[in-house]
Write a protein that binds this ligand. Structure first.
Ligand code: PFF
Length: 471
């Protein structure tokens, strides 16, 4: 095996650019393209967007840097990296369980993320079929009514066989790249798909600039109305920032472990967070002009991506082609994230049990496939199966919603909270300072954020996530 970025014969990124692209690939995903516009729509636009940006800078970025520095110091799977930092700081190695929780979260998120990836595959297929039947000119689905187009989504999610098969296909594609290793597979997918993703995103945004209602979109996304900044809106924004930056699941610890010592983690974390935020904003600038131009309202939830947008593509010229390009772009972004999610438990199994990468990633795939199929069926035949209903916050939730809530509102915030406490208060200060690549006032400010602001803000999210009646 060749000598890699991490300076050892262990597999790792072949260059700093490869790491940056892979980390951006991990961060940019359904969270930016589906969740961000849906949350902005559901939470009143500008106020949410402004607060979201603030959260990325003040809470997300410090935790992102904390995660990557633990990984780079440990040069191992996430729990082992936490253990090494704890050991070198003379503290209890029980801190490794923060990362064990992250491994669990990544596995659960992977399971339901691939179900959504499967939905995207379904829409890619639907747009390809439409392109062949109705041609490039005119809107998409020209021989269907609006009601028929909107009915595609409920029909798809209640067809458990199709969604389960597509879930397994998406998982299989993810396995294909993860099984090939860090430099041979994971970084290749980012190296080719991320540039293609950016071209598509910018292209569709430019289309929206000329063909869509851009002025209305800019007003909607960037007009700050302070009265709209309520408690739930702020919490939605913090949660979104974390999900979008892939934090709290030890994902960035895992990717950080393949980074060489010569890389400045402060600078690269800044690049990753800026790119992720830019993509979320561009996604808003790409989606809403098309929605507004079709005279539709920006409702929230999954309906925005899977019902409102296909309807909007019906109304605009070249809708079949733009729609197809759009869903391919979403598929690319989802794949670079699912690859990151699979790598977290895979790296752990390799480190812990000394299995080969092929066996480890295969095992993750089998278990994530089993849980994923249960999630896929939960919007159809298993809709009445509420696995965590004994706990009030999961009441009425099927497997997919329960897994999303369990990770997004409980295990991911706990992981991020404990990570900031670990880096801010437990780990040896000199060790942390030598890894973070920051100097002067920036360093002092980062320490303040990690020690105080991040733990307090994260504890608040957790409290409100578990006890919604608290606000
Ligand atoms: N950040 C990804 C998104 O916005 O879709 C989701 C994600 C990927 C979360 C990888 C966690 C992770 F480790």
């Amino acid at each position: 095996m060749a000598l890699t970025q991490s300076g050892s014969t262990r597999d790792g990124w072949s260059s700093r650019t490869a790491f940056i692209l892979a980390a951006i690939g991990s961060a940019v995903g359904l969270g930016n393209l589906v969740r961000f516009p849906a949350e902005a729509g559901a939470n009143g636009g500008g106020a949410f967007v402004m607060f979201y940006i603030l959260c990325v800078i003040l809470i997300g970025l410090p935790v992102l840097l904390s995660e990557t520095l633990i990984g780079r110091h440990g040069q191992a799977a996430a729990p082992e990296s936490f253990r090494k930092v704890a050991e070198h700081s003379g503290k209890s190695t029980a801190w490794e369980h923060v990362a064990s929780l992250g491994v669990f979260s990544a596995f659960v998120v992977l399971s339901f993320y691939c179900v959504l990836g499967g939905w995207v595959l379904y829409y890619i297929g639907t747009f390809v079929g439409d392109l062949f039947s109705t041609g490039v000119v005119g809107g998409a689905f020209s021989d269907s009514t609006v009601a028929e187009v909107e009915a595609l989504f409920p029909a798809m999610i209640s067809d458990g066989i199709t969604t389960s098969i597509l879930d397994l296909v998406f998982l299989g594609i993810t396995l294909f790249f993860v099984a090939r290793g860090v430099s041979g597979g994971i970084e290749k997918v980012a190296l080719y798909l991320m540039p293609a993703f950016f071209v598509l995103l910018v292209g569709i945004t430019i289309y929206g600039m000329f063909g869509g209602a851009m002025g209305q979109t800019v007003d909607y996304l960037f007009t700050f109305e302070p009265e709209k900044l309520t408690g739930p809106v702020m919490l939605a924004a913090v949660g979104q920032a974390f999900f979008s930056l892939s934090l709290g699941v030890a994902g960035m610890v895992t990717y950080g472990a393949y980074v060489g010592r010569n890389v400045n983690l402060g600078v690269t974390s800044g690049i990753i967070a800026s790119a992720d935020t830019m993509v979320a904003l561009l996604a808003g600038l790409c989606i809403f002009p098309i929605v507004f131009a079709a005279g539709l309202s920006p409702n929230g939830g999954l309906g925005l991506m899977f019902q409102t947008l296909p309807h909007a593509f019906q109304e605009i010229p070249g809708g079949s082609l733009i729609g197809l390009a759009f869903f391919i772009m979403v598929g690319f972004a989802a794949l670079t994230s699912s690859v990151a999610l699979m790598e977290v438990p895979t790296a752990w199994i390799i480190d812990r049990f000394r299995f080969t990468r092929a066996v480890a990633s295969g095992m993750v795939t089998v278990f994530a496939g089993a849980l994923g199929v249960l999630c896929a069926l939960s919007t159809g035949v298993l809709a009445g199966f509420h696995p965590l209903a004994f706990f009030p916050m999961f009441e009425g939730m099927g497997m997919l919603d329960a897994m999303d809530t369990l990770t997004g509102k409980i295990t991911m915030p706990i992981g991020a909270l404990l990570t900031s406490i670990f880096v801010g208060w437990i780990a040896n200060k000199r060790l942390v300072d030598s890894e973070n690549g920051l100097g002067g006032a920036l360093h002092v400010f980062w320490r303040f954020l990690v020690c105080w602001l991040c733990p307090i803000a994260l504890a608040a999210i957790l409290l409100v996530g578990v006890f919604p009646s608290f606000i």
